[in-house]
Design a protein around this ligand. Structure first.
Ligand code: ADP
Length: 485
């Protein structure tokens, strides 16, 4: 498979620790498969807990000098990494298609999004600043310094193999932290290519490390090792809860980007085309496998029938296939369990009275492909509205009043994203103020970029990534009470 890259040396099958490639895993190895074709891609080492502990030692050693170099020098290195990611974006996108399955155009979009964090934080590296305050005592000053947290462990998911790494690594490195990343089992290749490019950019050994192994064996090292001062995670709420519990033993700082159950609310006064396109963008991107994907649509009675009809027409013509085939808009699901969950959610909804308007079953292509689906007549007792389906299914619920829509939208333990479609600005202010979510898309289904703060409330997470706030997650304050200053 390396042959499809313009630069086949970006295809790596070893862990990357302290500037070296580790091909021998003390806990064995595992095989990686392409979710579109089922073809074997490569074999990767499974590092043991001891090997990960040594990687953390190396990252700590590197931290002691990385934190000392001028922020401007770190900024220049990150900028070089950004330039190399951009110059190799076709190859990175090909690796994403190979291991994750999303369409090539989407993969290119992800690489640009991933690179934008490296660019942004190369700039922000230079803008970390402290504060000086008037003290209550005579002859004294209060000085606040900002210092890097230390070694950070990152555990990332498979759905955005490049962006979920750079969104964490770029601010960490900019702040002067070093990082050990454990990418998802399904998507190590993109992470390793990023490591190769970091090395080419001149980022010193030990600053950015990529390890892989059995999550349950090496996870406790990443969350328990005293040299790791911060854990940053993107993934399910269930695993996030476990990691927080493990990290509590050594009181680590934590950032958590967890599951979502995003509502998309369409009011009678919305622009129908805009609402349907917004739904397509948030729901079917990456085959619905995004934590900010609209999980459930609430559509007001006056526009409901037209919305369902137009959505179903658009969804019926989405082209499903291998991400490398021209014009494909919808790839496979990541694995058999994901496919089964989608089937179960649809079966549950249908058994409780929902109607399949479009799709509804495994795709004729077989494998891990599923038909893009629209369900109408959905009600709040169905699993599709309560659990994250993480697949190409749009359940559409009818509502009458604004208060009813708000109550249904907030009736969940999650609070990541929400989407509103309306042309009434007063209503938008009112509803946005009432929705319990970290991010709200208004008349748009696309909300992610490096300049905005990404993150959730409730059981969707802790902390924010990207934006001017993102670097703060990797900084500690130190206060000097300075008498005679
Ligand atoms: P998803 O549903 O997106 O696969 P998960 O939360 O299962 O989300 O996985 C996200 C990341 O968490 C992956 O890198 C996975 O390997 C890792 N992970 C899963 N279980 C554990 C665990 N017990 N300890 C540490 N990491 C884990």
């Amino acid at each position: 498979p390396a042959a499809i890259l313009s630069d086949p040396t970006l295809f790596k099958s070893s862990a990357y620790v302290n500037g070296g490639w580790v091909s021998q895993g003390e806990s064995g190895s595992y095989e990686l498969f392409n979710p579109s074709t089922g073809a074997r891609l490569t074999e990767l080492p499974k590092l043991s807990r001891g090997q990960v502990a040594r990687a953390i030692d190396d990252a700590h050693e590197a931290y002691l000098s990385w934190r000392q170099i001028p922020a401007k020098s770190r900024s220049i290195l990150l900028r070089r990494w950004f330039d190399l990611i951009t110059a190799n974006s076709d190859d990175l996108a090909r690796l994403i298609v190979l291991e994750e399955g999303k369409p090539f155009a989407e993969a290119k979009g992800e690489v640009a999004y991933a690179a934008s964090f490296v660019e942004w934080f190369s700039e922000e590296a230079k803008r970390v600043r402290g504060d000086i305050m008037a003290a209550p005592e005579k002859g004294r000053r209060i000085v606040v310094l900002k210092e890097p947290v230390g070694v950070c462990a990152a555990i990332t998911p498979w759905n955005f193999p490049a962006a979920m790494i750079t969104r964490k690594a770029a601010p960490a490195l900019a702040a002067g932290c070093t990082m050990v990343v454990k990418p998802a089992e399904h998507t190590p290749l993109t992470a390793l290519a990023l490591a190769e490019l970091a090395e080419r950019a001149g980022i010193p050994k030990g600053v950015f490390n990529v390890v892989m192994g059995k999550a349950r064996e090496i996870g406790p090292e990443l969350t328990g090792n005293v040299l790791v001062r911060k854990i940053t995670f993107t993934g399910s709420t269930e695993v996030g809860r476990l990691l927080l519990e493990q990290a509590s033993a050594t009181i680590k700082k934590a950032s958590m980007e967890l599951g979502g159950n995003a509502p998309l609310i369409v009011f009678d006064d919305a622009d129908l085309d805009e609402a349907v396109e917004g739904m397509i963008a948030t729901k079917y991107r990456n085959t619905g496998q995004a934590c900010i994907s609209a999980n459930r649509a609430y559509v007001q009675a006056g526009i409901y029938d037209r919305f369902v009809k137009q959505l179903a027409e658009r969804v019926a013509v989405l082209k499903v296939g291998d991400g490398f085939d021209a014009g494909v808009q919808q790839g496979p699901l990541i694995d058999a369990a994901a496919l089964e969950k989608v089937e179960e959610h649809i079966a549950d909804a249908v058994s409780k009275g929902a109607k399949v308007i479009s799709g509804g079953k495994r795709h004729a292509r077989g494998g891990l492909f599923f038909e893009p689906t629209v369900l109408a007549g959905v009600t709040s007792d169905m699993r599709v509205t309560r659990e994250e389906t993480f697949g190409p299914v749009a359940p559409v619920v009818r509502f009458e009043t604004e208060a009813e829509a708000i109550a249904m939208a907030n009736d969940t333990e999650f609070g990541l994203a929400a989407y509103l479609f309306s042309k009434d600005a007063a209503r938008i202010w009112r509803v946005a103020a009432s929705i319990e979510a970290g991010m709200i898309g208004i008349n748009t289904g696309l909300i992610s970029n490096e300049i905005a703060p990404f993150g959730g409330v409730k059981q969707s997470g802790i902390g924010r990534e990207g934006s001017v706030y993102g670097i703060e997650e990797f900084l500690e304050m130190k206060y000097l009470a300075w008498q005679g200053a």
